[in-house]
Ligand binder design. Sequence first.
Ligand SMILES: CC(C)(COP(=O)(O)OP(=O)(O)OC[C@H]1O[C@@H](n2cnc3c(N)ncnc32)[C@H](O)[C@@H]1OP(=O)(O)O)[C@@H](O)C(=O)NCCC(=O)NCCS
Length: 189
Amino acid sequence: MQSGRARIGDYCIEETSDFIVLKQAFELRLTTWKTEGYQPEGSTAVEWSDDWDKRARHWIARAGNERIVAAARMTFHESLSNLPDRITFIPERLGGCVLPFVILSRLVVSPDHRRHGLCKLLDRIRIDAAIEMGAKTALGSVRQNLLREAMLRKGGWKDVYELGHSMLGQHVPCVVLALDLANVNRGLL
Ligand SMILES: CC(C)(COP(=O)(O)OP(=O)(O)OC[C@H]1O[C@@H](n2cnc3c(N)ncnc32)[C@H](O)[C@@H]1OP(=O)(O)O)[C@@H](O)C(=O)NCCC(=O)NCCS
């Protein structure tokens, strides 16, 4: 697999830093999360982005018709001093995680394009990229009891800590999970 690019069925995954492409990915984040009943904090009417998007690595998946149907990002961290999503990635609670680490976040797959392996491939590409960059650990956060949590646990991700977020006035239990990259073979996730 060429680094950063992959095909699965009619879909093509590529790494991108093109601002116009990324804006479409940020729109996809918002429309996808809205279908899950959640409007992320700080999102504008049409897209969802934060300052970390300028420094992150991004991958997108295109369907055969070129439409962007999935997206995901990864940030690289050599210290605990400045992390994205500060209410989730809490430096005082991450002391046991070996640096440098990556944070995998902003994964979305358009509802019409689920169950085609896009999530698994986006995870694999990001983990491969993290190992190439010299990261020792990958971190992610998920809402508890959803499919995504089970997927990560099946892939060897382990608990770091539990926390609760407030979404639309409801308490939503979440968990921060970590994957020890020393025990992961490139391309074999
Ligand atoms: C969770 C999500 C990313 C999964 O994406 P996806 O591209 O459909 O997942 P994949 O096709 O790669 O499937 C991965 C695994 O989950 C399983 N799976 C996917 N959807 C499933 C479903 N609805 N029911 C049961 N299993 C399912 C697949 O069979 C596969 O299992 P396998 O490893 O045994 O083969 C997608 O549903 C989504 O975007 N949800 C909303 C946003 C979200 O939750 N983002 C994650 C934030 S942490």
